[in-house]
Write a protein that binds this ligand. Sequence first.
Ligand code: HEM
Length: 141
Amino acid sequence: MADTQQDLHHSRPKPVYRNIGLAQLIHYRLPWAGKVSILHRISGAALFLCLPFLLYLLDQSLASELSYKKFQAIVANPLAKLVLLGLIWSFLHHFFAGIRYLLLDREIGIDKVPANRSAIWVLIISLSLTLILGAKLFGLI
Ligand code: HEM
């Protein structure tokens, strides 16, 4: 066959599809943007799956004085605090990564260097705010 895929694309090598497993993912040098992307999906799923829990807490906090006491008791539980800390991170990461994607969609900062830099900023900002809000949640500040 004369017309191979490579001939058609001026001998450019075909893109390689790497089906990497979870174990290999740890050793694979994924760029920051890739890490932010995976975490965006994980945080989006976590937020979605925990929506019933968050709505339940909101309801308990508002329904009556008695339910507010129950809300306080639930939120005082260290395990609940840990879940809430995870959700705080999820929201912050999802929010800032989400804004980054909306900017990228508008073709703002899409070059390699600024895209890499904004991915690192998403991680720095979301983790810093999680640290501050986490300290507040656990009564450290
Ligand atoms: C409780 C609130 C939210 C939930 C449950 C949620 C959930 C999700 C889920 C499940 C996805 C799909 C992820 C994937 O398939 O990789 C997604 C994508 C997205 N979310 Fe959210 N999200 C929430 C809030 C937000 C907020 C506040 C923003 C804006 C800052 C945002 C911006 C985005 C964007 C831009 C995408 C598309 C990303 C892409 O192009 O791949 N989300 N969200």
